[in-house]
Design a binder for this molecule. Sequence first.
Ligand code: X6L
Ligand code: MG
Ligand code: MG
Length: 158
Amino acid sequence: MAVAYLGLGSNLGNRRENLESAIRRLGEQVEINVTKRSSLYDTEPYGKTDQPDFMNMCVEIETRISPLDLLESVLSIEHELGRVRKEVWGPRTIDIDILLYEDLELSLDDLSIPHTQMHKRAFVLDPLSEIAGDAVHPGFNKTIETLRKELEAGETNL
Ligand code: X6L
Ligand code: MG
Ligand code: MG
């Protein structure tokens, strides 16, 4: 079984319910077990700031499916939960990002693992540190907790 970490975010509708529904649906997929979940973080919008506050969290999953099949699965759950892509970085009922998948480094048109921006975003590193503080980011060879502390201190990775 592969261990992977996903980042979830919602800033439209009932954010908590959207996150809970996403986690339930993930666990209902064949060959995906949700094994850990972080607490919920109420976060200010980053990047495109004129949109509602987000609720963010991370989960650990164990899975037999490949990264690309996992991507297909999370995109279909986003669609089922009413995600409509109107504008880039716009508000969404649910966003599910694949952050880490084992120690894999992968760069395809539609999927990069580790997630290319995860080390720059407190709304990812704060919840991820709770459940995977000792996991190593294969691109930086640093733990998630180290990356979190460096971001907090304003030390730049790439
Ligand atoms: C310059 C320009 C610097 C754009 C950064 C950052 C763009 C983050 C997009 C950026 C830039 C993003 C969430 C969010 C978004 C979320 C919170 C994104 C995609 N998703 N803010 N902003 N939580 N708090 O899940 O991450 S849009
Ligand atoms: Mg995202
Ligand atoms: Mg996404």
